[in-house]
Design a protein around this ligand. Structure first.
Ligand SMILES: Cc1cc2nc3c(=O)[nH]c(=O)nc-3n(C[C@H](O)[C@H](O)[C@H](O)COP(=O)(O)OP(=O)(O)OC[C@H]3O[C@@H](n4cnc5c(N)ncnc54)[C@H](O)[C@@H]3O)c2cc1C
Length: 476
């Protein structure tokens, strides 16, 4: 057994095998990837098919795709997306869909009337959007200001300046930044689309808000950058096609339960939580494509450097789901804002945890619910929060029936979990991003995903592309 390891790694006894594991469950790979979402699934395809590497992809769910959630109405067969809605045109994104024969088309949406309501009290908020021309003018100004900084943070932080050279605007709170440049009229569009993922974005640091709503989103609104969706209406089609293609190289319903990471390779013990079967995988490189939270990192035996750096991240917890209660009115959207937002205080936003919005999306009275939690809100807490707010909306007469206590009917629910990783201004000034990137390659481990890049699917694919040359160096 040892000689097999020696021939694979070229390094004697760097990664010992454990004899208790049956040989049929021992695999030798070039790269093992953990996390089969946007960053991990893309990397698996490229590394295996285009760079000819032997890979294994470990995914805790029984499908690939992570935050891409699609639901198919069993009565009509019509698909609805309730996670990722669209893909930004970036790099060779459209080519990636083509190689799997997944047709793309324009993004679609249902026309709705938006009701602004304070979900804590159930009271209507007399909130007035700026005229669309003013929103677009503010968006164009925003783009003009932030676009020159884009290369500092996207797709990678590798160009991020040393502490003495960080543009000071990036370290303002986003509220201060907006006020400084008079960009208030752009805030409703920012918050109501992707900005809400950060919680109350006005209180977060501009640098990290721009990772949730930055130049690419502004260009998309201004018609300067394309976006698209899967033509079938089911964005999950892409990741299902990837799963089919990668076939036996994917370990579904599996997580890493133990690991040894050295400069010469890694050994992971992977357990399938449905069958309890374990597999030992020896690989020359590890690519982690999961959020680097304490819970996710527990089996990876972090060294003190990794621990110190990664433990600085804070996150919001995002959940989405579909409900179909008759209490919600067709073609309506229920949007949560504090009373102080009326009539045009665009910087008044709710603080996490909150249900951001409940939107009609079609079908059998289907409504998409988006919940933004603080760093402790779990799935049960998220469902409880929406139920409480639903009761409040019912009692306040905001919904179509006045019956109290009607339980919410979840047709689908997805825990996207911790996302929008960020750190304090003090940490940024202390060179956090440089220290984060210095982790790349240590103990044969590379890092991708939202925390190391940005929270957009196709931009993460571009980030992966930057990693490949380094990760592949020395792998023949
Ligand atoms: C509601 C919502 C809507 C969004 N809409 C868009 C959009 O329209 N367009 C867009 O570009 N982006 C959108 N995003 C953001 C985008 O989806 C994310 O930025 C992207 O999915 C992050 O990719 P990732 O690979 O880092 O993580 P993920 O895609 O979440 O992938 C991580 C994967 O790892 C798995 N995993 C987690 N922990 C473990 C573990 N311990 N062991 C094994 N596997 C594990 C997960 O199951 C998951 O499959 C949206 C996000 C949310 C939450």
């Amino acid at each position: 057994m040892l000689s097999l390891v020696t021939s694979i790694f070229g390094v004697l006894a760097a990664v010992p095998l454990v004899s208790a594991v049956p040989p049929s469950n021992v695999l030798m790979k070039d790269v093992v990837i953990v996390g089969g979402g946007a960053a991990g699934a893309y990397a698996a395809v490229r590394l295996r098919d285009d760079f000819g590497k032997r890979i294994a992809l470990i995914e805790k769910q029984d499908i690939l795709g992570g935050m891409v959630d699609s639901y198919v109405d069993p009565k009509t067969g019509i698909p609805y997306n309730y996670g990722v809605m669209s893909f930004l045109e970036a790099g060779n994104a459209t080519g990636f869909f083509q190689r799997f024969g997944v047709a793309i088309g324009p993004t679609s949406s249902v026309s709705v009337t938006t009701n602004y309501i304070d979900f804590e009290t159930g009271e209507l908020v007399d909130f007035q959007l700026p005229p669309m021309a003013d929103q677009m003018a503010a968006m164009a100004n925003f783009l003009r200001i932030v676009e020159p900084w884009e290369h500092l943070t996207q797709p990678s932080y590798s160009n991020f300046p040393t502490p003495d050279a960080i543009p000071e605007d990036l370290l303002l709170t986003f509220g201060e930044f907006i006020t400084k440049y008079g960009l208030e009229d752009a805030v409703p569009l920012m918050f109501q689309t992707t900005g809400l993922g950060l919680g109350n974005m006005t209180e977060e640091t501009t640098l990290f808000v721009l990772q949730g709503f930055g130049a690419s989103m502004a260009r998309a609104f201004l018609g300067k950058q394309g976006q698209f969706a899967v033509a079938s209406g089911r964005n999950q089609d892409l990741y299902d096609a990837i799963g089919k293609h990668l076939a036996g190289d994917v370990f579904y319903s599996s997580t890493v339960v133990d690991s040894q990471r050295t400069d010469f390779g890694v050994t992971l013990t992977v357990q399938n939580h449905k069958t309890n079967e374990t597999t030992r995988i020896h690989a020359r490189r590890l690519l982690l494509a999961i959020e680097p939270t304490a819970a996710n990192m527990a089996p990876f035996d972090l060294d003190s450097d990794e621990q110190t750096i990664l433990s600085k991240f804070t996150y919001t917890n995002e959940y989405t789901g579909l409900v179909n209660n008759a209490a919600f009115a067709t073609n309506q959207s229920y949007f949560n804002l504090p009373a102080t937002a009326a009539p045009s205080n665009y910087l008044a936003l709710p603080n996490p945890s909150f249900t951001a919005r409940i939107d009609y999306i079609g079908g059998d009275n289907l409504f998409r619910v988006t919940i933004i939690g603080n760093d402790t809100l779990d799935s049960a807490g998220a469902k409880r929060l929406v139920q409480e707010e639903f009761n409040t909306l019912l009692q306040a007469g905001r919904l179509t029936t006045t019956s109290d206590g009607e339980p919410l009917n979840w047709v689908a629910f997805s825990a996207h979990g911790p996302m929008h990783a960020r750190v304090s201004v003090a940490d940024v000034k202390d060179g956090f991003l440089q220290k984060l990137y210095a982790l790349q390659g240590g103990r044969s481990t590379w890092w991708t995903g939202g925390a190391f890049s940005v929270n957009f699917q196709t931009i993460l694919w571009e980030f992966d592309e930057i990693l490949f040359p380094e990760l592949l160096q020395g792998l023949n």
